[in-house]
Design a protein around this ligand. Sequence first.
Ligand code: 13P
Ligand code: SF4
Length: 314
Amino acid sequence: MVALKQGYDLVAEVLHLKRQRNAIILAHNYQIPEIQDLADYVGDSLGLSYKAKETGADVIVFCGVHFMAETAKIINPSKKVILPDLEAGCSLSESCPAESLEKFLRQHVDKNYYVIAYINCSAGVKALSDIICTSGNALKVVENAPVDRNILFVPDQNLGSWVMEKTGRKMDLWRGACYVHVEFTKNSIGAIRARYPQAPVVAHPECTFAVRMLADEVCSTEKMVNFCRDSEADAFIIVTESGMLHRLKRELPGKTFIAGPTETCACADCRFMKKNTLEKLRDALGNLAPEISLPEGIRQRAELPIIRMLELSR
Ligand code: 13P
Ligand code: SF4
């Protein structure tokens, strides 16, 4: 009872501070249930980018990871963008430091690369790219890439391979990976599928080829909601970060989402996404910190490839 009251007070406090600050709370599908339930918008990287672009709020509180909040700042230089925990990073973003990409491009200047960067990267990497993509629009972005240019796709080799399989377009891939999605194996997902043979397997494209081969649908987190809603099946094996299960259960209460017992779990926690808590959200709104800030030169160079993406996938 006491815990319930404390939880309620915390939610009320967050909502009060949000109104006081004229803030909008944007949350990724992988956030903890308590944050998803009070956010103004919950979605995938693409949907969140559009929301960040369109909002009239003075403050954007980004409940997600650093590159997402940074993207919101790049396209909203005059707004305050805050991230409840600055240590909410991303292994994909870490796998491609801007200095390494810059060096690589200098060493391969003869290739005249058209650089497509998955949004899970730093502002420095975005600033070196021609266009950004998310898992929700990567196919479209690659299909629209100039036919007379070599493509370098950074930083996710798994998403990049999936796009090559789907579009037939050859690309050079940066060797980055998401530490959460590469943990799922053919054996672990195969074992769950054997127990629930009627349930379609829905996997994120950051999964490895062996896992994607077992999937009935490979898509972004937002498209997972649409796929499960439109499918005639009433149970699904969801292969991605665990926060997705809450979003799916909330949107589709009549359907079953199989996480499986621990040894064959089809969902796993991202330690970065789980850094954000209700307490940190309350403090971030109260203190208007930690705030995202960027050198203006990098911000300007990073903005153009994001705008190109937003215009293309409208
Ligand atoms: P989505 O854009 O599909 O939500 O993916 C973001 C992400 O970080 C996946 O690990
Ligand atoms: Fe990055 Fe993977 Fe976490 Fe997504 S799930 S934020 S790609 S580490």
